[in-house]
Design a protein around this ligand. Structure first.
Ligand code: ZN
Length: 402
């Protein structure tokens, strides 16, 4: 509804205040209007007006009364999960994931399918991602929900226009994925964003993971590539063009194996999951990294059985990771480095070796307090983060139109 021009600062203040109320409810619900006023410092009339707006947009709902020790019973408020869905997708060298969550953060769907990312061309890949997105949108809309937005995570450098500049393990260069998605989804009314997968995964870790309070947090994707999502002083570290966090291309050994990026001896050429599987299971045909999950399970099985060859490979991989983590730790001193993706099931063997290497290469005493842990999120962390990014825009006060 057009209500005529308003001073920009008025609209900004209202959006900020709506965001304050939404975030308060996300953390503290159920709570009353008076609770919100007391906790946020907004006056009661303002809170009532903001809540009325949020209820009208079906972002918040009333949920009965509560007995209070003093005064009249108050109507309690909670986030209304039911009318909307936020969708995240993730494309990798060997699989794709789709996740949808509602506004309250409850998972509506979680799909995973094998995908030969390294052997399909960008056009085929975009068509496959778009097809998965269409199915996810159709599912949530069939259930009567409106799509708030959709974010796709890609293992590569993504610029501000949603163009994937380079994704070595998909062999993509300058792929305008956002435009391709918009076209495939018939120019939908909701925003579509494309983002680096590690950046999305660290947002998921910050919102749903075990270290949500950490202001300095690094998430490492344990895929064929190894990307780093970095939260620095509470904010995602993007760098000047959004290309920060290329952890996997830290040089470890100038005479090492050739990396997907064409250079030699990058960290991910030594410690990426493709490299781990092909060294730990030389008898398996891991030349084309399709569906690595069964092979990672086999590595775990042999490690548990005490296979000395596999244990050596995992210890060496842990040392390589520790070397890379020490480089990052000396630069930004994170509280915690979270190993994600396929590193999670391998973490009992990777972490001890990585911690020793980190301790020996850290200039700071006690590794600067940096801990290395396994993520509690599953393989779809970047997709979950894609959905979380959509919720973040709502939380920042950019509400869906009525
Ligand atoms: Zn490289």
């Amino acid at each position: 509804m057009q209500t005529g021009p308003q001073p920009a600062d008025f609209a900004d203040v209202r959006a900020t205040n709506l965001a304050v109320v939404l975030r308060h409810l996300r953390i503290n619900a159920p709570c009353s209007r008076a609770d919100i006023a007391a906790a946020t410092g907004l006056n009661k009339a303002t809170v009532s007006s903001l809540v009325a707006d949020l209820i009208e947009r079906r972002l918040v709902k009333e949920t009965g009364m509560t007995e209070r020790r003093i005064g009249r019973p108050a109507t309690m408020l909670v986030l209304d999960g039911s009318p909307y869905a936020a969708i995240g997708l993730e494309v990798n060298a060997d699989y794709m994931t789709a996740v949808a969550v509602d506004l309250a953060g409850d998972r509506l769907l979680s799909w995973r399918r094998a995908f030969a990312g390294s052997s399909s061309n960008p056009g085929q890949a975009a068509a496959s991602i778009a097809a998965l997105a269409k199915r996810a949108v159709a599912k949530v809309e069939k259930d009567g929900r409106r799509t708030l937005g959709l974010t796709v995570g890609v293992p590569g450098l993504v610029d501000g226009d949603g163009i994937v500049r380079i994704a070595p393990n998909l062999r993509w260069r300058d792929v305008d994925l956002r435009s391709a998605m918009r076209k495939a989804l018939n120019e939908p009314p909701y925003p579509i964003e494309v983002e680096n997968d590690a950046n999305l995964a660290v947002l998921a870790e910050q919102r749903y993971g075990g270290f949500a309070d950490a202001a300095n947090l690094v998430y490492l994707t344990g895929e064929v590539g190894i990307g780093a999502g970095v939260i620095c002083n509470g904010h995602l570290l993007r760098g000047s063009r959004g290309y920060a966090g290329e952890f996997g291309h830290i040089l470890v050994d100038p005479t090492g194996p050739v990396c997907g990026c064409g250079r030699r001896g990058c960290l991910e050429a030594l410690a990426g999951i493709g490299a781990v599987v092909s060294r730990a299971l030389p008898d398996a045909s891991a030349s084309s990294p399709t569906e690595l999950e069964p092979e990672v399970e086999e590595v775990v099985r042999r490690a548990k059985a005490g296979d000395p060859k596999v244990l050596d490979v995992l210890a060496e991989t842990g040392r390589h990771l520790g070397y890379g983590i020490a480089t990052v730790a000396n630069l930004i001193n994170p509280e915690v480095v979270v190993l994600g993706g396929y590193f999670v099931p391998l973490s009992p063997w990777l972490i001890p070796a990585a911690e020793l290497e980190l301790a020996s290469r850290s200039i700071a005493p006690e590794s600067g307090g940096t801990r290395i842990v396994a993520s509690h999120l599953d393989l779809g962390a970047a997709a979950t983060g894609g959905a979380a990014r959509v919720l973040d825009t709502i939380d920042s006060g950019r509400l869906p139109t009525r």
